[in-house]
Design a protein around this ligand. Sequence first.
Ligand SMILES: [Zn+2]
Length: 256
Amino acid sequence: MNFLLSVFIAIFGAVVGSFLNVCIYRIPEGKSLVFPASSCPGCGHPIRPYDNIPVLSYLFLRGRCRDCGQKISPRYITVELITAVMAVFLFRHYGFSLHFIFTFLFTAVLVVVTFIDLEHGIIPDVITLPGIPLSVIVSVTVMGVSFLDSILGMFLGGGIFYLIAVGYELLAKREGMGGGDIKLLAMLGAFFGWQSLIFILLVSSLLGSIVGIGIMLIKKEGMKYAVPFGPFLSVAAVAYLFWGFEFGYMMTFYWG
Ligand SMILES: [Zn+2]
């Protein structure tokens, strides 16, 4: 029974992931998320319902359009699988509760942010600007964070990154951290409370350094381009969802 429930939650996650793919494709282009129905970017043929089944259709079609044979980005199946796995993990962590619903929604937003940042190098304001006040509301009403901790998280999150960005520009004489990262960290701080920021900054910069050094070694050239930082912040935020509240309480205990 437990297994069947997990399968059901995984299917639910994959279906949501399929919609997140639409968001990732359309939000940077400023297009409607609802109309028109999806079509192949290669030949414009509308996608048939039976070719639109999450995960499975990509496998059956071997990653190509049925009509013109153009390659479908592996991002589609990747996002569907990640969202399905996240749904199952969060369900096992929180059970069927408001916590589950809202942490899953929050994670879905982070998946969209991550893949838009990877493809376009931006974090759209249409996500983070409404995301910041919504995070404060969910944080206080569902996550059990106090209003003060959430507001402090928002201001500190935005402020810390703003200072890092300004400092980096002064030292390196070029722009490193984008404004999108600043607003994303403000949103994360608002969602988890200020106690989360040290954990999120530590984990994300550690991951960012490892990947950055890896890319430098493979490409054998200096860091001429900035690696998008949104994905690392998002991964760190998901890690905080599972392990961070203990870390946060520890910090409160230490300072309090
Ligand atoms: Zn096509």
